[in-house]
Design a protein around this ligand. Structure first.
Ligand SMILES: C[S@@+](CC[C@H](N)C(=O)[O-])C[C@H]1O[C@@H](n2cnc3c(N)ncnc32)[C@H](O)[C@@H]1O
Length: 294
């Protein structure tokens, strides 16, 4: 049972998130890994391009999930380099390990760890990277400071994270459709752990400076992305109801309501199909920073 492995994480930090990513979201991320990678793979690759990794480097992948970015990083640093993927979710890590086993030539391993509190080997990595895995810490300054301790003197941090919901039509348009049929949930307090915790560039800069980083850059990345990878409108509408913000809003709805939302999404999403799949605008930040002085 995946949730049983939460005990190995130790401490009370991020306990709600550990429960969420082990018992609820994690199994869905495994089930829909192909569609999710089809959606965000391109954003991770662009963030890796900006990271300017060198063969032979040792890289930490934070919140590596089902392993797509860790595999990409390991291909970039080659067999003389190494990648350690860490995540709090046991089911996602199991899936990542299975994928990595298919590319045995890569120097890649995974560890279940809370990146906020885990005792990483000090000054062990040239680079710490994350694809949407650093927005869930209950104490982001402590977490980024802990990660900084794992970086070498000239080490670098880079990650990609979402900007605000209203800058991300790929989420907000479908949510707008869902809210015709179900009441919106109560707004969560700003800056809470979740997909939009690092949406504001100024807040990212504040957190990273407080955690000791220097040379901080928060650059916009505005890209069209597939809603669920290449495919039909019907597949995109179905995926949207099964996974992500719309699925969360519909979690307690009856089957009839879910069917109505999916039908309405079929209509709303159709104009966004470009002949290969439903593609919509997204907005992220690519953040890079140096370790600064000790
Ligand atoms: C949005 S998912 C992204 C997963 C993966 N990076 C990807 O792009 O497919 C967020 C990931 O962060 C992980 N996570 C959340 N809080 C964490 C923490 N405190 N330490 C390590 N991983 C964490 C979750 O388990 C999940 O795998």
């Amino acid at each position: 049972m995946a949730g049983g492995n939460r005990a190995t994480l130790g401490g009370a930090a991020n306990s709600d998130m550990a429960e969420y990513w082990n018992d609820r979201a994690g199994p869905n991320w495994v089930r829909y890994q192909r569609q999710l990678d089809g959606q965000i793979h391109v954003l991770g690759e662009m963030a890796m391009d900006r990271a300017v990794l060198q063969p032979g480097q040792n890289v930490l992948d934070i919140g590596c999930g089902c392993g797509d970015s860790a595999l990409g990083l390991a291909r970039r640093v080659g067999k003389n380099g190494s990648v350690l993927g860490v995540d709090i979710s046991a089911p996602m890590l199991d899936h990542a390990r299975q994928r990595a086993a298919l590319e045995a030539e890569l120097n890649l391993r995974f560890e279940q760890a809370d990146a906020q509190t885990h005792k990483f080997p000090p000054a062990a990595f040239e680079h710490a990277f994350s694809r949407f895995g650093v927005m869930f810490f209950d104490d982001p300054v402590a977490a980024f400071s802990n990660i900084r301790g794992a970086l070498k003197e000239n080490g670098r941090l880079s990650f990609v994270c979402w900007r605000a919901l209203d800058e991300n039509p790929w989420m907000s348009v479908a949510l707008g459709v869902a809210y015709i049929f179900v009441a919106p949930p109560e707004a969560i307090p700003p800056n809470s752990p979740g997909p939009f915790m690092l949406a504001a560039p100024d807040r990212v800069r504040e957190i990273l400076s407080a955690a000791g980083y220097a040379d901080i850059s928060v650059a916009p990345l505005n890209e069209e992305i597939y809603l669920s990878g290449p495919g039909t409108v019907a597949e995109a509408a179905q995926h949207t109801c099964r996974m992500g913000p719309v699925a969360r809003v519909l979690a307690d709805s009856d089957d009839d309501t879910k069917r109505q939302v999916e039908a309405a999404l079929n209509t709303t999403l159709a104009p966004y199909h470009d002949g290969t799949g439903v593609r919509m605008a997204s907005s992220c930040s690519i953040v890079t920073a140096g370790v600064g002085s000790y």
